[in-house]
Write a protein that binds this ligand. Structure first.
Ligand code: GAR
Length: 199
């Protein structure tokens, strides 16, 4: 085995869970192209078969899979057992949620405890849940941002690994603020994930 191949086999195997656009997933995949990146993306998995991010991942040469949640109806854990099987089949060691818009059950959270991270578009513990940018503007916050945290049972409640801050500017709408925060997410997430897999 060459030195380069040997280095590749040492990289942490990360699966990325998405539900939509996939811009954070793309940032993770792009960062993994650096020779010194300590992780590789081995699977992009979506609960939505029509997620734009699946097309982007496939175009980037990353294995993709959709496991639609709808056939599972109200049995959220059964859907997660199917996700978990796919993650293990791919040999994933870490899971990065990147715009995965379903609340997880205790099953998946416990199965990946300490090895599952999420990015959230607010300065947690402020504004867990949805509509973070509108809430930050309405509160008159001078700063907004994003957080990468370990996933625990409470939604958006796990230990924070890192945050990035951006200013809220006069005249910001949820859309303009969202764009500024999203750019920060794309830098923060690969860096925070790299630090996690190295520790
Ligand atoms: C991102 O802003 C991410 O932080 C947010 O969804 C967006 C997904 O965009 N996640 C959450 O709100 C999770 N609670 P993307 O698909 O382009 O990465």
């Amino acid at each position: 085995m060459s030195v380069a191949n040997h280095a590749m086999t040492q990289r942490a195997r990360v699966a990325v869970l998405i539900s939509g656009r996939g811009s954070n997933m793309t940032a993770l995949v792009e960062a993994a192209k650096a020779p010194d990146c300590p992780y590789e993306v081995v699977l992009v998995l979506s609960n939505k078969p029509d997620a734009e991010g699946l097309r982007l991942a496939a175009a980037a040469g990353v294995p993709t899979l959709a496991i639609d949640h709808r056939p599972f109806g109200a049995d959220r854990e059964a859907h997660e057992r199917a996700l978990d099987a796919a993650l293990r089949e791919a040999g994933a060691e870490y899971v990065a949620l990147a715009g995965y818009m379903r609340v997880l059950t205790a099953f998946l959270v416990q199965a990946w405890a300490g090895r599952m991270v999420n990015i959230h578009p607010s300065l947690l513990p402020r504004y867990p849940g949805l509509d973070t940018h509108r809430r930050a503007i309405e509160a008159g916050d001078a700063e907004a941002g994003c957080s990468v945290h370990l996933v625990t049972a409470g939604v958006d409640e796990g230990p924070i690994l890192d945050q990035a801050r951006v200013p809220v500017q006069a005249g910001d709408t949820p859309e303009t603020l969202s764009a500024r925060v999203l750019a920060a997410e794309h830098t923060l997430y690969p860096a925070a994930l790299a630090r996690l897999v190295k520790r």
